[in-house]
Design a protein around this ligand. Structure first.
Ligand code: PRP
Length: 211
């Protein structure tokens, strides 16, 4: 049985459709209920719906053999897993944003509000810039508006949230998308099954880009 951690929500449904097209169907998952585990013994797969930011934990610790996690989570938590494949969905970017009239003073410590403290720290360390990190859990855009921070480091997808709050991207840090990840031991012991999924998913992706 291959254990697969899917991120709950819109991306997860897309991911399941790709797995279904790859032959790992589990029809009961489409029933609208609050169950979290679904399995299809005939094809040897068991799916779990997991909070997107927790997928890498399940995979790292072997509760799931494979899963799908955003590159943001992988960069932030640096889990000890294999990153196998870029599914090319859930695309967005990690960026620095600030109020439209923000002018940086490089002599001053920069106050940075973010959920992604590791990504922000690594980025500013690479620039040799001193920062003061303010860790927030959501509504990050409020921080510069209320003077809590100079800038934010956050995910930008359409840019709507920034625009509607009169913020603007100052610098892009890294592009983000959903990645197929594997537990290291599972990759060794269930290699045939996992390799076959990667192959089928890449065929599906090629088919998608041709259409
Ligand atoms: C993310 C991010 C921004 C928003 C950007 O939040 O934190 O607030 O999406 O998207 P946009 O550029 O399309 O407006 P998310 O909805 O993931 O929820 P969160 O507040 O829990 O981070």
């Amino acid at each position: 049985m291959l254990n697969v951690a899917l991120p709950k929500g819109r991306i997860g449904e897309k991911v399941y459709s790709m797995f279904e097209a790859a032959g790992l169907e589990c029809p009961s998952i489409r029933e609208n209920n609050r169950k979290l585990i679904f399995e299809n013994p005939e094809v040897g797969v068991r799916y779990f719906w997991v909070k997107p930011s927790d997928v890498a934990i399940y995979v790292e610790r072997g509760a799931a053999d494979i899963g799908v996690a955003g590159k943001d989570i992988l960069l932030e938590y640096e889990p000890d897993i294999y990153e196998l494949y870029d599914l090319n969905i859930g695309k967005c970017r990690m960026a620095v944003a600030a109020k439209e009239d923000f002018r940086d003073n490089p002599q001053k410590t920069l106050k940075v509000a973010t959920k992604f403290t590791n990504i922000a720290q690594n980025y500013y360390t690479s620039l040799g810039r001193d920062i003061d990190i303010i860790h927030l859990n959501g509504s990050i855009e409020l921080a510069p508006i209320l003077g809590l921070s100079d800038v934010i480091v956050d995910i930008v997808e359409t840019g709507t949230t920034l625009r509607e709050n009169h913020l603007t991207v100052v610098e892009s840090i890294v592009p983000i998308s959903a990645r197929l990840i594997a537990n290291k031991a599972s990759f060794k012991f269930k290699n045939e099954a996992i390799a076959s999924i990667v192959k089928k998913l890449s065929e599906i992706k090629e088919g998608m880009s041709e259409n």
